[in-house]
Design a protein around this ligand. Structure first.
Ligand code: ADP
Length: 513
């Protein structure tokens, strides 16, 4: 049964149209417009004008209405892509046929009793209406499931709308709870939502905030870059001054994100601004303190430099005049070593101020790397009794360098290696080269450097937590100067270390062309 119904559904429309054509063919074989001896319907109405008018007008109107209805129906089927098209087409054909019977009724009433034509159209209407009636039951399950789907879809739409409202409320609750400024703009840059922090910060109501022109609450010097980013529709992260309700501009870290739909349609902006004013002012104060501190250290180093040179001359004078084996030689030696430490420290401070001022000058000359490193290690070995320095030189390369500055680099790295490996006895130094550069490495087996400290080592005044005790004296400027010297040689410096297992510092310098 179901199979029959579905067959009817599939072929019903085509069948009806074929049948209609067959019928027309049969009826065309007769004289459709044959009036013969029949009488006009008006005769039956005894030519009573009012009765005739009543029938003619109502039949014409019904016919016209039927034609109009089916025309609208057919137009809707195609333009709105309605479901169940076959049944609608059949229904439209049925209505047109009904309309046609009424037009024929007018003709048979007033002009000619064309009963063959009237009968044929009635038969056509009967076939199409029967076909439509048979098609309908087969569509019922489909209609039922479509209706159920529609109901489900409607319920889902309602649920989604509810969720949307809920989401928006949650978003606003979250935004209101945040201590930062949060706001959104649509694609035309019109302000949409502001959180409560905005009202307390600006002293304006939400309505007034919405009417403010873009960037009007920012410092005039900062607002242009923000407006440009909005025009470009690109992400913006930057420090911007926002006007507080008392008129003072406060520093904020602003983050604006453009919002895009999946289909690439631009939706607008979501922006946040975190108050970093205190932090910013602290940073400014700190950098001012740093500058003053640098200035003080540089002036002190300059002041100390002259007396230190005189003291050095005096010690040399004493050493020469008192000879090697006198009772003060030990004391003079100790004095000399302490003086050297002092001179080294003052030298570092002076270099630091030169680096800061961009006045660290280098005098380049061609050097045999191994020879240079060997002579420096020789000197350093003399000043230590605790460690043995092992050198392995695997190159004969020459480089263009400032030998005094390179000595400073090596002395610094070696003194650190000795200082930070008090339990170890050996320092390994290796010099190798490839086609373009020579690499010097200094490896110790001491306390090593934590991961956290490794990223800050070459910063000015940096000392890791592990060494900032009296056990390891220092100022944290040695590596800062070393880094600058290597950089000025167009080289690079890096290190590898595991905490507790020692550290290896490498620096690479380009070979002489
Ligand atoms: P200083 O040694 O005077 O503190 P440096 O600039 O030479 O300053 O070194 C900076 C920091 O790097 C040191 O304080 C220390 O924490 C770390 N460091 C440098 N060399 C080593 C090393 N060989 N082993 C362990 N830590 C080191």
């Amino acid at each position: 049964m179901i199979r029959h119904i579905s067959l009817l559904n599939r072929y019903g429309l085509a069948g009806m149209i074929v049948l209609a054509f067959v019928l027309l063919a049969i009826t065309f074989s007769r004289d459709l417009l044959y009036a013969g001896l029949f009488q006009l319907h008006a005769e039956c109405y005894n030519w009573l004008p009012s009765l005739i008018m009543l029938h003619v007008i109502s039949d014409t109107l019904i016919g016209l209405a039927y034609v109009f209805i089916s025309a609208v129906l057919l137009f809707s089927i195609y333009s709105l892509q309605l479901p169940f098209q076959s049944i609608f087409i059949a229904f439209g054909a049925f209505i047109i046929c009904c309309g046609a019977t009424h037009f024929v009724e007018v003709i048979t009433t007033l002009w000619a009793p064309v009963y063959w034509l009237a009968g044929s159209i009635k038969l056509l209407t009967a076939i199409i209406s029967l076909g439509t009636a048979f098609m309908l039951p087969s569509l019922l399950p489909k209609i039922r499931s479509t209706l159920a789907n529609t109901r489900r879809a409607n319920a889902m739409i309602q649920e989604i709308e509810q969720l949307n409202i809920q989401l928006r409320e949650n978003y606003m609750t979250l935004a209101d709870a945040m201590p930062l400024l949060v706001w959104t703009r649509n694609e035309h840059l019109e302000a949409q939502l502001f959180n409560k922090t905005w009202t307390t910060f600006s002293g304006m109501s939400l309505e007034k905030l919405k009417t403010q022109p873009v960037g009007s609450w920012m410092h005039p010097d900062d607002s242009k870059s923000y407006r440009d980013t909005l025009e470009r529709r690109s992400e913006y992260v930057g420090e911007i001054r926002f006007r507080h309700y008392d008129g003072v501009y406060l520093w904020h870290l602003m983050h604006s994100v453009p919002l895009w739909k999946k289909d690439g349609h631009f939706q607008g902006w979501l922006s946040t601004a975190t108050n970093i004013d205190k932090q910013k002012r602290n940073e400014q104060a700190l950098s001012e303190v740093r500058e003053r501190q640098d200035l003080f250290l540089s002036m002190t180093a300059h002041e100390l430099n002259t007396p230190l040179t005189s003291m050095q001359l005096l010690v040399t004078f004493l050493q020469r005049n008192l000879g090697q084996n006198n009772k003060y030689s030990m004391t003079i030696e100790m004095l000399e070593s302490q003086l050297q430490r002092f001179i080294h420290l003052v030298g570092d401070l002076l270099d630091m101020s030169r680096v800061k001022a961009g006045r660290l000058t280098l005098t380049f000359t061609s050097c045999d790397v191994c020879e240079l490193v060997r002579s420096i290690i020789h000197k350093v070995q003399h000043s230590t009794t605790t460690h043995t320095l092992h050198l392995s030189c695997e190159t004969t390369a020459t480089i263009n360098a400032d030998p005094d500055r390179l000595e400073q680099v090596l002395v610094n790295l070696l003194s650190n290696a000795i200082k930070y490996s008090p339990e170890a006895k050996v320092i390994d130094i290796r010099v190798i080269s490839d086609a373009s550069q020579v690499v010097v490495s200094i490896q110790d087996y001491g306390i090593g450097i934590s991961q956290e400290a490794q990223s800050h080592l070459f910063e000015q005044y940096y000392r890791s937590i592990e060494v900032s005790s009296r056990k390891y004296p220092g100022l944290g400027i040695g590596l800062y100067i070393v880094y600058e010297i290597v950089k000025q040689h167009h080289g690079k410096i890096w290190m590898e270390s595991e905490e507790g297992k020692g550290a290896t510092f490498f620096f690479a310098l380009p070979l002489s062309p």
